[in-house]
Write a protein that binds this ligand. Structure first.
Ligand code: RM4
Ligand code: MN
Length: 406
């Protein structure tokens, strides 16, 4: 990057169109970090079939090795989230050290209170106090994992809900939820956060106990500042204006992070930016506008994806690049021109400030940025050339490939 960047225009920039200066854009892109989900590297599928892939990690240690490859080629993915019990190990501090040796850290600890026989009628909202106690014990155990790994965030998603009207008392379930969350919140250390996810439906079809951002926000506000809402982009009804939700949460100081993925139908967990790159751009515009890209702003940019049919490590690299591209385009919006148009009631001008930036090909800019930081400008082909994919297929023979439930 040179000072000249400040006055340069992109080769494909529309003549005369106003855009942010490149130096500012690059500086902001350099600070963004994207967190990878350990489960993206394991086998996954639908309820119809899981198609296993060769070379898939057998252990959390091997998942960390794969995650480190994504960071190696993108330079912006220094953390791997874990999911407990999928990533259970005897020695979590050793797992964190292993990650450290690979150049990454352990990110959010995701609790799993949805895959035990006891949770048929819910976990922390279950009418049976014994089951609630068991679920809370698991959440507290996840905080122990945070202590041991140095993880900053406890991420909670509850499959709790009901399938039929009258099956359980809606308000009583909320009381149980609030009580459980308060117990876990009280256990958090000063630097630890609780991130509460919401999801419209599935696996429950009639009521879901945390179905939307409003419910999540109410619980977070009752708990305290360390409780924050997570927006999983796949967890909304079709047509939901997600960037509006993002704006509201940013304004309330309660956007703890994203679980990025994309969807065509329900919670498809496809690669972020694959289904609707314009939506991702609009979301990143809200984040950038609130100056919330930098790690200090406390918004965790996490991926929550499954690669059922595509190779997993390249899919994670692609996803990281998709987030970067949307971010770069959002940063290219000329904020002054946009504000001027908005204040003047220039509807078309304001819209053009957005669409000009969105229509810009930012791939050369990102390639240049990577080269400036000593990376290959093309992470996907650099990964392909590295031979790592072939190496894990040859080496990871025997054992049980990681996947949901293992
Ligand atoms: C849920 C939710 C959680 C994820 C699980 C696997 O739908 O998105 O974040 O941990 O799936
Ligand atoms: Mn999620």
């Amino acid at each position: 990057m040179t000072a000249a960047d400040a006055h340069r225009t992109l080769p494909n920039q529309k003549p005369g169109s106003a855009m942010a200066d490149l130096q500012t854009v690059k500086d902001a892109l350099r600070t963004q970090q994207i967190e990878l989900p350990s489960w993206a590297f394991g086998n996954s599928g639908t309820r119809f079939k899981v198609f296993g892939q060769p070379g898939v990690p057998r252990t959390p240690w091997e998942k960390a090795e794969d995650a480190a490859q994504v960071h190696r080629f993108t330079g912006v993915a220094p953390r791997m989230a874990v999911h407990i019990p999928w990533d259970t190990v005897d020695d979590y501090a050793a797992l964190a050290r292993h990650a450290g040796d690979l150049g990454i850290r352990i990110g959010a600890v995701n609790a799993n209170v949805f895959q035990d026989e006891d949770y048929k009628l819910g976990s922390v909202c279950n009418p049976d106090p014994r089951v609630r106690k068991k679920a809370v014990a698991h959440l507290l155990e996840c905080v122990d994992v945070m202590d041991a790994t140095g993880s900053p965030d406890l991420k909670l998603w509850f499959a709790d809900g009901t399938n039929y009207p009258g099956q359980d008392d809606i308000r009583a379930r909320q009381h149980r939820l609030a009580e459980a969350l308060a117990t876990v919140y009280a256990r958090l250390g000063g630097d630890q956060r609780m991130l509460l996810e919401y999801k419209l439906f599935e696996p429950s079809f009639y009521t879901t106990d945390v179905p939307d951002w409003g419910t999540s926000l109410l619980h977070c506000q009752a708990l305290g500042p360390k409780a924050q809402v997570v927006v999983d982009t796949g967890h909304h009804a079709p047509g939901t204006n997600i960037e509006f939700i993002v704006a509201m949460l940013l304004r309330a100081g309660r956007l703890g992070g994203f679980d990025f993925n994309s969807r065509f139908y329900a919670d498809d967990d496809l690669m972020v930016g694959a289904a609707d790159p314009f939506q991702l751009f609009r979301i990143m515009h809200e984040v950038a506008g609130a100056d919330a890209l930098k790690p200090a702003a406390g918004v965790a940019f996490m991926l929550d994806q499954c690669h059922n049919i595509e190779p997993k490590i390249p899919a994670q690299i692609r996803s990281v690049m998709n987030v970067q591209e949307a971010t770069a385009k959002a940063l290219l919006i000329d904020a002054d021109a946009l504000a001027t148009a908005q204040l003047a009631g220039d509807v078309l001008g304001a819209n053009a400030a957005m669409t000009d930036a969105f229509s810009t090909d930012v791939r050369p800019l990102l390639a240049e940025l990577r080269e400036e930081t000593g990376l290959d400008p093309d992470p996907l082909s650099a990964y392909a050339r590295s031979g790592y994919g072939e190496k894990i297929v040859a080496e990871r023979v025997g054992g049980t490939p990681a996947g949901w439930g293992s």
